[in-house]
Design a protein around this ligand. Structure first.
Ligand code: ADP
Length: 712
């Protein structure tokens, strides 16, 4: 099917033609035949890189030409930026909704396409964002993630709410291959387009001793070392390809990159340039190790990397300079980096309480699907590694020839229901107990017919919790949110977190930094750090000196959870006391990416706490407001006046302060020349421009600034 024959704006078709896209791939043609351009709902379950995004993009342009508006939901923020860039510059107004969760972002409504994460859409629904009612096409990327234990329910509820709100809306759901696509399509009233077609041939096999066994052939691999994984990489690089190696942990990713670097030794000036860039920005040993590996053509990739490090690694790989990346499996979903050979080295993963478990087939598929770059590689290879003949057969059965798992709803989980039921009531979606049940009837959970009694019992318990917490009131069947309940829903925190915070605040006379941070670290919204044996000494010593600063009694049976919350609070306390990032990473065995994630989570909880304090403990609101800025920027109190200026983060503010400039007035007095000597002329000019022209903006811009030192 020719693109020129489709009902698309001519400019879009011309743009595709310039990129060599003139004909639809077979599964794309199947989407058109199934009603893509006539408003039909579709579930597109086809392999990675077979052109799903393009299908969605064509449908969006078609909709907008007819006066519609499109919402594109992605699972991760990084993907939101990627899609935003992909859709931009093609004639439509494209917006991206990230950022704070308690805003309505009305200005976004001016766009034709809005890209957002499911959490962000959920929060926009809670804040009754008017333009959501105008959405005529909903695209859900990676819809199989409704099976995700921690975030799946939000995605499912968001889809259910939007359908409830906009009954005529077209839905295009994109998915990797799954076991039960018919179920999912049935729930969405969607036509199913299912295919195994791929633009590049994918060969899946198992390596043993000195060869890869494919279903119908064996490919010999020259053994140059005692490491199978390394030899598999060298084999591909020797024929001009690149490799992705999936391993089970960060430590393994780093260890493999080192091994690959010393095996590859492909040093050249371009790689040296990347390495220097990483080294100059590195504040940790991890960064320095990464630089050393990259200098020799290998890299690792995991959530501990800073954004800059990740960017350099990805660009270096795309440009073909970095020959191999070892990565943790959690990144398989987000990493859009195809390679000729994908090695799924560790298919067992540690699961708390259950030991080592095999990863799901769907995850294996997601990794294997990265093999083969369209138009660049003659084929893609996905390789597992076996230790014996029996294992070869097992791996074929378990992964290569297996069906992907079914997608199941996660909606019956009470913790998740609690958040969502409160939001249904707070936003007026449902006004009676019966209506809550009827709304839940529209979920995938109900569609799958899974134990309706269990769901209704769970709903009863949740309503009881919300009533007791005084987040809702119930008169007969009639449900209403209280001021507290509405606030919690808008703030987008777990009602159980709100209860923990409010209970501790109302019983508290004095404010302490560490007590407050620790309290937040005990809520279900806060991810906490893993505690090692050698952390215990520092934790005990802290408790010996500062026990009375905590806002809660130490439980008599305090266990790992308590230790984790305390360790995390200490990290955040260090952050707000301006301890250097390198020291923090070292002290808490964390990467800059982890610190960033932790700071982001806590900053949101501090923000929410400020609003809760206004309602329940006004005497704590001011110090909490200060802490909000301190956690956001990682600064001591004395830098607060300086941080309000755009372009000044924790590092620059500290430099000014140490040179005797401690306020906006002092800055003015010092003048551009002196400030230029401290911060550089460019920055000084920018600051004085702000000081002169746009005084009103200064106060506001303080809110918008970024957090970590690397922005400073
Ligand atoms: P997916 O979303 O399924 O992972 P994408 O839509 O991102 O896949 O497509 C993968 C790559 O293939 C992109 O670079 C895209 O431009 C290209 N592509 C998509 N459709 C076609 C087509 N019909 N002909 C040629 N290239 C295509």
């Amino acid at each position: 099917m020719e693109i020129a024959d489709l009902p698309l704006p001519p400019d879009l078709a011309a743009g595709y033609a310039r990129r060599g896209i003139t004909e639809l791939y077979p599964p794309q043609a199947a989407c058109v035949e199934a009603g893509l351009f006539s408003g039909k709902n579709l579930l597109v379950a086809i392999p990675t890189a077979s052109g799903k995004t393009l299908v969605a993009e064509m449908a969006m342009h078609h909709q907008v030409e007819r006066g519609g508006k499109c919402l594109y939901i992605v699972p991760l923020r990084a993907l939101a930026s990627e899609k935003f860039e992909e859709f931009s510059g093609k004639g439509l107004r494209v917006g991206i909704a990230t950022g704070d969760f308690d805003r309505r972002d009305e200005y976004l409504g001016r766009n034709d396409i809005i890209v957002a994460t499911s959490e962000k859409v959920d929060s926009l629904l809670r804040n009754r964002t008017p333009w959501l009612a105008e959405i005529t096409l909903l695209v859900v990327d990676e819809v199989h993630l409704i099976d995700d234990p921690s975030r799946g329910a939000t995605l499912e509820m968001v889809i259910a709410k939007l359908r409830h709100k906009n009954p005529g809306m077209q839905i295009i759901a994109l998915s990797a291959t799954i076991g039960n696509p018919r179920d999912l399509a049935g729930w969405l009233d969607a036509g199913l387009v299912e295919s195994e077609w791929r633009p590049v041939d994918l060969r899946e096999g198992v390596f043993l001793e000195d060869g890869i066994r494919f279903a119908d052939s064996i490919r010999e691999v020259e053994r140059k070392s005692k490491y199978e994984d390394l030899d598999l990489v060298l084999d591909t690089v020797a024929e001009g390809g690149q490799c992705l190696v999936f391993v089970s942990s960060r430590r393994n990713a780093e260890a493999f990159a080192k091994r690959a670097a010393s095996g590859l030794k492909v040093a050249n000036p371009v790689l040296a340039g990347y390495a220097e860039k990483i080294r100059s920005g590195a504040s940790t040993d991890m960064g320095r190790i990464l630089a050393a590996c990259v200098a020799q053509g290998a890299a690792f990739h995991h959530a501990g990397l800073s954004r800059e490090e990740r960017g350099i690694v990805e660009a270096g790989f795309r440009e073909g300079q970095i020959k191999v990346i070892s990565s943790t499996p959690t990144l398989a979903a987000g990493l859009n980096l195809p390679a000729r050979r994908v090695i799924v080295r560790d298919y067992l993963r540690f699961s708390a309480g259950e030991g080592m478990l095999p990863i799901p087939v769907r995850e294996y598929r997601q990794m294997a699907g990265r093999a083969g770059r369209p138009r660049l590689d003659p084929y893609g290879e996905a390789v597992l590694i076996a230790k014996s003949e029996e294992m070869v057969d097992e791996l074929f059965d378990y992964y290569i020839e297996a069906e992907a798992e079914d997608v199941r709803s996660r909606c019956a989980d009470e913790a998740v229901l609690c958040t969502h039921i409160l939001s249904l009531i707070a936003t007026g979606f449902t006004r009676e107990t019966g209506e809550v049940l009827r709304f839940m009837d529209g979920t995938f959970y109900a569609y799958q017919g899974e134990s309706p009694r269990a769901l209704s019992r769970a709903i009863d318990r949740v309503l009881e919790f919300l009533r007791e917490a005084e987040m809702i009131t119930e008169v007969g069947e009639w449900l209403e949110p209280t001021e507290y309940g509405s606030l919690v829903s808008r703030l987008y925190i777990d009602p159980r977190s709100a209860e923990v915070i409010v209970k501790a605040m109302t019983g508290r006379k004095d404010y302490t930094d560490i007590g407050f941070l620790h309290l937040l670290c005990t809520t279900p919204d806060m991810p906490t750090l893993f505690v090692r044996k050698n952390d215990m000494y520092a934790l005990d010593r802290f408790l010996a000196d500062h026990r009375d600063e905590l806002w809660m009694e130490i439980p008599w049976d305090a266990g790992e959870e308590f230790d984790r919350s305390l360790k995390t609070a200490l990290l955040l306390g260090d952050w707000a006391d301006e301890i250097g990032e390198d020291v923090i990473c070292e002290r808490y065995s964390a990467g800059p990416g982890d610190v960033y994630g932790m700071v982001e989570s806590v900053a949101w909880l501090v923000h929410a706490s400020r609003h809760l304090a206004r309602l329940f403990a006004p005497h704590l609101a001011d110090p909490i407001e200060e802490m909000e800025l301190r956690t956001k920027h990682g600064i001591k109190k004395e830098l607060l006046p300086l941080i309000k200026l755009r372009g000044i983060g924790r590092v620059r503010a500290r430099r000014l302060f140490n040179n005797g400039i401690d306020s906006v007035e002092a800055l003015r007095e010092a003048g551009p020349e002196k400030v230029g000597k401290i911060l550089g002329q460019g920055i000084a000019a920018q600051i004085f421009e702000q000081l002169e022209g746009r005084r009103e903006e200064i106060a506001e811009s303080g809110e918008e600034q970024s957090t970590l030192s690397r922005f400073g």
